[in-house]
Design a protein around this ligand. Structure first.
Ligand SMILES: NC(=O)c1ccc[n+]([C@@H]2O[C@H](COP(=O)([O-])OP(=O)(O)OC[C@H]3O[C@@H](n4cnc5c(N)ncnc54)[C@H](OP(=O)(O)O)[C@@H]3O)[C@@H](O)[C@H]2O)c1
Length: 135
């Protein structure tokens, strides 16, 4: 989800995720005819050791709660061979739809930045790049 927009405190993290999503889309188109499947999995928050270590504060009711790694993997495997990008979780897909199709870029960047600041207030900023604002 971090690949959807830039955000304060995790600017480089979000930019690398955007690069990876675009790379996967290109490789999907390039290698598909050769029978090679490529998939970018773009989850929101996932309850992993890295996420737990970053000890984020609650991000607020608008942010979908962390998903289990098992469910993320199940949805990713189900999408493999069907499309180049998968966003696991209905609430994450809705958030991505609103961010890409409904809200202005300015509003999306501000909202994502507010979430990051809520999760990693000054003092715990060192942890922010571990999992990003919303994955
Ligand atoms: N957690 C989230 O909320 C979330 C959401 C969206 C995207 N992501 C992305 O998912 C990816 C994995 O994160 P995660 O949360 O799943 O973390 P994780 O469960 O803690 O796993 C991190 C994995 O990366 C390996 N690793 C770390 N440093 C490495 C290095 N220098 N060279 C090779 N392997 C290394 C670790 O290996 P060892 O176990 O051997 O140390 C571990 O297997 C990251 O790109 C993250 O940005 C995470």
């Amino acid at each position: 989800m971090a690949s959807q927009q830039g955000a304060a405190l995790v600017a480089h993290y979000a930019a690398t995720k955007a690069y990876l999503r675009t790379l996967a889309e290109g490789l999907w188109a390039e290698l598909g005819p050769s029978g090679v499947d490529v998939l970018a999995c773009c989850p929101g928050l996932v309850r992993t050791p890295t996420f737990d270590r970053s000890a984020p504060a609650p991000a607020g009711r608008l942010v979908p709660p962390p998903m289990s790694p098992d469910r993320v993997v199940r949805e990713a495997l189900a999408a493999l061979g069907r499309r180049p990008v998968v966003i696991p979780g209905r609430r994450n897909r809705l958030a991505a739809f609103l961010a890409q199709r409904v809200m202005s870029r300015r509003a999306v960047v501000r909202l994502a930045s507010a979430r990051t600041r809520a999760m990693y207030p000054t003092g715990s900023r060192r942890s922010a790049p571990a999992a990003g604002p919303d994955g």
